[in-house]
Ligand binder design. Structure first.
Ligand code: GLU
Length: 309
């Protein structure tokens, strides 16, 4: 595959310092792109302004730099792209794909339609035919079809959901005025010409929604590879919420080797003594997505705990 045919990316949310879970996504997306002779772009997903932690983005970029990651082109910041998201939402409005919704979380929970695939509630469609009299717009929702939207993931195999029954019409502009992740990620990946999305399997359930948006917007659907997610001993995804420790960037190669082993890549012990300059070309040449374990969510974090002090 030539470089022009592969454009990958890493898209961290600056909600805290880089932890082992996001390092795994960085390493997997980087090696997959470089092994294909492709480009690797960086995007800071700071669209959700209330969750951004001041200074976290710079800290993440600093750790990536010190670990020897090299990205192509300018870094994209979602916080600078609100005008573009507004234009795309307007287009969806003109196409009749989105509608205003007055429902509160409580009203949706009370409708008892059951849990959605990602643990929320399936939207019952209350405002699909228009706002109930006297009610005001809170959010804008994307209409979904009563049809299965599927794809073949390079790691997880065939995946599909019936969007209406398992997810429901989903929010693109939230009640607090923030654009939703689902909209931003689809627009950003398309505008950057991303051909390959390699990310954590915690986002697997979002992918059919994103593919539906791509279809309605006439965007190409990239190839997807969803990597196993690092959890702590309690089986929780490593994140700022679970107080995952910040990574010691000074740990260098042994830290990168731990991320590779987590991704099912054999790493001989002597590699840990190499410099970053020796490590990266070897890692790119030895990358094989075929040996990445096909696991979703629950992965013992033994590797994450074996980090060098
Ligand atoms: N910003 C998301 C995260 O940090 C990743 C989104 C994506 O890769 O599509 O978990």
């Amino acid at each position: 595959m030539s470089g022009a045919l592969y454009r990958g990316r890493f898209a961290p949310s600056p909600t805290g310092p880089l932890h082992f879970g996001s390092l795994v996504a960085a390493v997997g997306s980087y090696l997959d792109a470089r092994a294909a002779g492709g480009q690797w772009l960086l995007r800071i997903e700071d669209v959700d302004t209330p969750r951004n932690v001041p200074g976290a983005a710079d800290e993440v970029l600093d750790v990536l730099r010190r670990l020897g990651f090299e990205w192509d082109g300018e870094i994209v910041w979602q916080s600078q792209r609100h005008g573009r998201y507004r234009d795309v939402l307007d287009l969806l409005r003109r196409q009749g794909d989105v509608y205003p919704c007055a429902c509160s979380r409580r009203e949706i929970a009370d409708s008892r339609l059951g849990s959605s695939i990602d643990g929320g509630h399936v939207y019952p469609g209350t405002c699909r035919g228009g706002l109930p009299p006297g009610r005001e717009t809170r959010a804008w929702r994307m209409r979904v079809p009563d049809a299965s939207i599927g794809f073949v993931d390079r790691v997880q195999g065939p995946i599909g959901h019936n969007l209406e029954r398992e997810v429901g019409d989903f929010v693109l502009l939230r009640a607090d005025g923030q654009y939703a992740y689902q909209l931003a990620v689809v627009v950003d990946d398309a505008d950057a010409g991303i051909t390959d999305v390699v990310r954590g399997a915690d986002l697997l359930d979002s992918t059919p929604r994103q593919i539906w948006l791509q279809q309605r917007l006439g965007f190409a659907t990239p190839r997807y590879a969803h990597l196993p997610v690092a959890t702590n001993a309690a089986g929780e995804k490593l994140s700022k919420q679970t107080l995952a420790p910040a990574l010691p960037a000074a740990a260098g190669v042994p830290l990168l080797a731990a991320a590779m082993r987590f991704l099912g890549q054999p790493v001989p012990a002597e590699v840990e003594r190499w410099s970053l300059h020796e490590f990266w070309p070897w890692a790119v040449a030895s990358w094989s997505i075929e040996t990445v374990p096909r696991r979703r969510g629950i992965v013992p974090a033994a590797d994450a705990q074996c980090l060098p002090p």
